[in-house]
Ligand binder design. Structure first.
Ligand code: SF4
Length: 288
């Protein structure tokens, strides 16, 4: 059996920046909270917890340094944190910051008729941060069906200006389908502006991962249960290679998935650390 780790898998730049920043601050000492999980990966969270990073889900704790993760936050969070006396250390990914700015500008330019539509996971931290830029006045759709429902119910009015954005980690193919549908249904040309906001690193990973999944007999996809990007990428692998198995760590491996002559590909999400992929690859080699 041969085992190859996908060289393009592992943390994206935004996550690396936030984790490096957290480790630097932890080395300096003092209390450091992360508002929400800094990365959607249980194993990496456990490693950072050992170094002292405390994950909190609300600001109902004694004020200290407060890390804003790569997903970003709505303006209200910054206001509340400062009001409560937290020292905010902002590691929002620069790509996300640009999208937040673009949503605010589009909203301002489109007033009073403009509508903001976001293709993303309802309730996802990044999406909440985006929606918060326009005081919640955006329509979030998770798929084409929800877009069609929003049009049918009048939540999206096709006779008025629409600016559509995507969460950074959504599928580029699905976003294209959604935009094509919307474009075909708008009452007149010029009313729709499509913002190309899927992260470039994610978009290229889609292409590379399709090739990688086809090249191997078996794919082991490593990601945390909460990883939105993990769900999208593992489905992509499954569509290219039916022998795709999703795991959270090496202990989830099942020897019956593999044959002695198989070539096995190990890959993961933008939230999967490289060290975990290496651990899984070693465990697979040790199975036989
Ligand atoms: S996926 Fe892209 S946009 Fe999102 S945090 Fe990573 S680098 Fe930034």
């Amino acid at each position: 059996m041969t085992v190859e780790i996908d060289r393009n898998s592992g943390f994206c730049k935004g996550v690396i920046r936030a984790i490096d920043g957290a480790e630097r601050l932890l080395a300096e000492g003092g209390v450091l909270y992360s508002l929400g999980a800094i990365v959607h990966n249980e194993a990496e969270l456990a490693r950072l917890r050992k170094k002292g990073l405390i994950t909190v889900e609300s600001l109902d704790v004694a004020p200290a340094s407060l890390l804003i993760r790569a997903h970003g936050e709505p303006p209200e969070t910054y206001r509340l944190a400062r009001e409560k006396g937290f020292e905010v250390v902002d590691f929002t990914c620069p790509v996300v910051l640009n999208i937040q700015k673009s949503i605010r500008e589009s909203w301002q330019q489109g007033r009073p008729d403009g509508q903001i539509v976001i293709f993303g996971k309802i309730g996802h931290a990044e999406v909440l941060g985006l929606v918060g830029q326009v005081d919640g006045k955006a329509t979030v759709v998770e798929n084409l069906q929800q877009l069609q429902d929003a049009i049918a119910s009048g939540a999206i009015d096709l006779a008025r200006r629409v600016d559509i954005f995507s969460q950074t980690t959504k599928s580029p193919v699905e976003y294209e389908e959604l935009c094509a549908y919307l474009s075909g249904r708008m009452a007149s040309d010029g009313l729709l502006t499509i913002h190309n906001t899927i992260c470039r690193q994610v978009a290229s990973r889609h292409r590379e991962l399709s090739d990688f999944a086809r090249r191997h007999d078996v794919i082991v996809f490593v990601a945390g249960r909460e990883s939105s990007n993990g769900k999208v990428l593992s489905e992509l692998c499954k569509s290219e290679n039916p022998r795709t198995y999703n795991i959270g760590s090496a202990s989830d491996l099942d020897p019956s998935w593999f044959r002695a002559e198989d070539s096995v590909g190990v890959c993961g999400a933008t939230s999967t650390p490289k060290w975990l992929l290496e651990e899984v690859a070693v465990a697979i080699k040790n199975l036989h």
